[in-house]
Design a protein around this ligand. Structure first.
Ligand SMILES: [Zn+2]
Length: 75
């Protein structure tokens, strides 16, 4: 089964935001036990989870980040 054309859509699929045609195709692959799609989807789910934890409500700007990093290096 060729799944390369689905590569860009696993994250969207996890978020429920994929094109309906694509979503149907991915779920068909999963139903067929497609190893490629299963592992890619697991990766995508992890990515989506990580991104959601990495985006704080108030994002520190690059200056804050640099200050934090230099402070850490001094120790
Ligand atoms: Zn597949």
């Amino acid at each position: 089964m060729d799944c390369r054309h689905l590569d860009d859509f696993y994250e969207l699929y996890v978020l429920g935001a994929a094109d309906p045609d694509i979503a149907v195709e991915i779920s068909r692959h999963l139903d067929n036990g497609c190893a490629c799609c299963t592992s890619r989807l697991r990766e995508a789910a992890l990515n989506v989870y990580l991104v959601s934890t990495l985006v704080p409500s108030s994002r520190p700007g690059p200056k804050t980040r640099a200050r934090l990093l230099s402070r850490l290096k001094k120790k």
